[in-house]
Design a protein around this ligand. Structure first.
Ligand SMILES: [Fe+2]
Length: 186
């Protein structure tokens, strides 16, 4: 098995899971379980490929897999310098850490909206994802998160999105102002 085979097998399994169970919440648990297996795989953990871009920088090179269904697997890396903005991708996602540690924050929208403008959000969880660990980004509007490489090092991840977020606008939330801004990446 090489990287390509490993990824192809992962995608095949994910599609099977998504096709079988119409209950999205249960699906995401199963997909997360499959992602845990993927990022625990030595072939993935030893992935030494340079990561010139990722979903957060707006560069195409972060895309590992995408298809017409919207399903997309991307590389992401986060440096230790600063937390990302509190943001969304208008999609559920499964985050899997394969190298480094991730200081990961889950946020929740607590007003009725899901658009830019007045927006109240609150931090519901902050934890450290170790290599091999995964987390579920729920479906919109609760797909709000922020993250940062932990322990002074960059964290490397694979992120599976239900809806390809590449090049699409996202929200940046500002809890101090109770406001969300639309941001166009790239
Ligand atoms: Fe993100």
């Amino acid at each position: 098995m090489n990287q390509n085979d490993t990824i192809a097998e992962f995608i095949r399994d994910v599609k099977q899971i998504l096709a079988v169970n119409p209950n999205q919440e249960a699906n995401l648990e199963f997909v997360a379980e499959r992602m845990r297996k993927l990022v625990a795989d030595p072939i993935i953990r030893n992935w030494q490929e340079e990561l010139p871009g990722n979903v957060h920088s707006g560069q195409q090179s972060g895309i590992v897999y995408q298809d017409e269904s919207g399903l997309a697997l991307m590389h992401a890396s986060f440096g230790p310098e600063a937390m990302t903005p509190i943001h969304n991708h208008n999609s559920w996602a499964i985050v899997g850490v394969y190298r480094g540690r991730d200081l990961y924050q889950k946020w929740r929208r607590i007003d009725a909206g899901n658009e830019a403008g007045n927006a109240k959000v609150e931090l519901i969880e902050e934890h450290i994802l170790e290599p091999g660990e995964v987390t579920i980004v729920p479906a919109p509007p609760q797909d709000i998160h922020a993250q940062q490489g932990y322990g002074g090092k960059t964290v490397y991840e694979l992120v599976l999105f239900g809806t390809n977020p590449f090049g699409k606008p996202r929200l940046y939330c500002d809890p101090a102002q109770d406001f969300a801004y639309t941001v166009h990446p790239g």
